[in-house]
Structures are given as structure tokens and as C-alpha cells.
Write a protein that binds this ligand. Structure first.
Ligand code: C2E
Ligand code: CA
Ligand code: CA
Ligand code: CA
Length: 280
């Protein structure tokens, strides 16, 4: 391992529990990763049902650690959030995704993904001037605002402070707003009154059991009703089987994302995407 400046010298005390130490070590390595091309984005197709055609993509960050190999975002995003590193990292992710969206448009024309979705964490949304930064990145990359979707969790918006103002400012740019993992947080429905949402991502937990006669299926059915009534686009997340897709479609879902259709893919595989599964 190269020793790279003071960021790598993590203060370690015996009292510090292992998990905290692990997080600071990751955060230190992540600082290096940002500058050394260890990070890249994959893009998971969001498809229309029943035809399975590509509608949009969600950008998902990946980190190949020089010694440890691949590390999932579920591990290093929390480390980046707790250290504040998510702010520069998130800006990098946003810019990469916007650049890629423009590249697809040049390369594929009408067949390019119609929307590119980027996850934005609570910590980024709390940063004053974040909406201004989104605007700057759109101008720099030449991406039209309505092609970008910013995906936030309910908890991020409820973080208080200026998060909601920042989100409104982003919406005012013409960027689409998606509420991620919808239904898993607190007072989800109240949020729909105050938050400028265009899209609800219906959490995988409601999709998993949808073919059983479960409570989750009842919630999934109620959520599509709410979306239709409020003119929101519903996207079902984590669709893994043909049976789930068929049931979601029967309930009225028209957009889906999940391993059944496609895993997160490198940009060239998105360009080559063809529906393998149609419900017809
Ligand atoms: P998420 O935003 O809910 O993203 C969906 C996650 O579910 C992704 O995991 C995706 O690969 C996975 N997934 C998609 N379809 C299926 C399926 O059919 N079955 C199963 N079992 N999983 C599926 P991933 O890429 O590991 O990301 C995990 C989480 O890390 C994301 O959850 C998101 O909260 C966070 N994350 C990922 N990329 C970014 C990023 O660029 N910025 C921020 N702030 N967070 C990110
Ligand atoms: Ca997401
Ligand atoms: Ca999600
Ligand atoms: Ca999630």
C-alpha cells in the first residue's frame, strides 16, 4: 500500500470500537480512491412493463479497493457520510452520471436512457448550495435538467434544516425528484404533501412477497393507487422473478427495476440492452 498523506494516518485508540476504526480506515482509503480511479459507476436499467424496454437507469457506485477488492456501497457510503467525504464523492458521482447520460445521447439518440437517476444522501442535501452545484454540473456537462433524476430517501428529506429547501431548489431547476425505498421510513404519506416528488421507488420489501397473499402485497397495491391519484410515477424496486413482474403489472405498475430485468451494468452493456423478458 502506498502511504498517501495525512488522510491515511488514522488516529486509533484501544477504546475505539472495531467498527468505528474500520469506518475511519475505509474513509481514509476512500479519499485516495477518489483521485486514483478506483471508483466507477454501474447503471441499472429501469424498464417499462410489460415490454421490458429500457426507460432509464440508476447510477450505483462501485469501489475496487487495491488490496481488498470490491467493496459494496452499503459499506463505504455510510463511512463517507459520517466523515463528510460524501460531499466531494457525491459531486463526482453526479458529474460522472451526467457525462455518461450525454455520451449515451450522442451515441444512441432516441434509444438513449430517457432518465439517469443519481442517489443523493442526507448529508449532501444538508449542504447549503447543493442545488447550485447540481445546476453547475448540468451546465458543465450539457445535460438537460429533466433528464436527471435525484433520488433521496424519506429520512434524508426529514433530516430537518434546509434539506427540503434544497430539494425544492433542485426541483425548480427542472430536475426530477424520486423518493427512494418508499414506505420503509416514517410518515411517508405526509411527506408527499410537502416534498416536490415526481417518482416513488416502491421498496423491494413490498415486492419480495407480492405473489403471496401478504400485507406487503396490500401495501404495494395501495401505493400504486396513491401514485395514480397524485400523478406520480411508481417504480417497483428489486423485481427478481417473472411472477413478481406479472403481479406488479396486474396491479397497475408500469415501471420496474431489478435482477429479473437487469443487474447494474457498465455503460456499454446499457447501450446494448435488449429486453429479454416481456410479460406478453
Ligand atoms: P438503493 O438506492 O436502494 O439501490 C438499490 C440496490 O439494490 C442496489 O444495491 C442494487 O444493486 C440492488 N438491487 C437492484 N435490483 C435488485 C434485485 O432484484 N435484488 C436484489 N437483491 N438487489 C437488487 P447496491 O448497488 O449495492 O447499493 C446499495 C445502496 O447503496 C443503494 O441502495 C444506495 O442506498 C447506496 N448507493 C449506491 N450507490 C450510491 C451513490 O452513488 N450515492 C449514494 N449516496 N448512495 C449510493
Ligand atoms: Ca436508490
Ligand atoms: Ca432503493
Ligand atoms: Ca435501499
Amino acid at each position: 500500500a502506498k502511504s498517501q498523506g495525512k488522510g491515511r494516518h488514522v488516529i486509533y485508540t484501544e477504546q475505539m470500537d472495531q467498527r468505528t476504526a474500520e469506518l475511519s480506515r475505509l474513509a481514509a482509503d476512500l479519499r485516495t480512491a477518489l483521485d486514483t480511479e478506483q471508483l466507477h459507476l454501474l447503471y441499472q436499467p429501469i424498464v417499462t412493463m410489460p415490454d421490458g424496454e429500457l426507460f432509464g437507469v440508476e447510477a450505483l457506485v462501485r469501489w475496487t479497493h487495491p488490496e481488498r477488492g470490491p467493496i459494496g456501497p452499503g459499506v463505504f457510503i455510510p463511512a463517507a457520510e459520517s466523515t463528510g467525504l460524501i460531499v466531494p464523492l457525491g459531486a463526482w458521482i453526479l458529474e460522472q452520471a451526467c457525462r455518461q447520460a450525454v455520451r449515451w445521447q450522442h451515441e444512441l439518440g432516441d434509444a438513449a436512457p430517457r432518465t439517469v437517476t443519481v442517489n443523493v444522501s442526507a448529508r449532501q442535501l444538508r449542504e447549503a448550495g447543493f442545488a447550485g452545484e447540481v445546476d453547475t454540473i448540468l451546465r458543465r456537462t450539457g445535460l438537460a435538467a429533466p433528464t436527471l433524476t435525484v433520488e433521496v430517501t424519506e429520512t434524508a428529506v426529514f433530516d430537518g434544516g434546509t434539506a427540503l429547501d434544497e430539494l425544492r431548489a433542485i426541483a425548480a431547476l427542472g430536475v426530477k425528484i424520486a423518493l427512494d425505498d418508499f414506505g420503509t421510513g416514517h410518515s411517508s404519506l405526509g411527506l408527499l404533501r410537502t416534498c416536490p416528488a415526481d417518482i416513488l421507488k416502491v421498496d423491494k420489501s413490498f415486492v419480495d412477497d407480492i405473489t403471496a397473499n401478504s400485507q406487503q402485497a396490500v401495501v404495494a397495491a395501495a401505493l400504486i393507487g396513491i401514485c395514480q391519484g397524485m400523478n406520480l410515477r411508481a417504480v417497483a424496486e428489486g423485481v427478481e422473478t417473472a411472477e413478481q413482474a406479472a403481479e406488479l403489472h396486474r396491479l397497475g405498475y408500469r415501471f420496474a427495476q431489478g435482477y429479473f430485468y437487469a443487474r447494474p451494468l457498465p455503460p456499454e452493456a446499457v447501450a446494448a440492452y435488449h429486453p429479454a423478458f416481456s410479460l406478453n
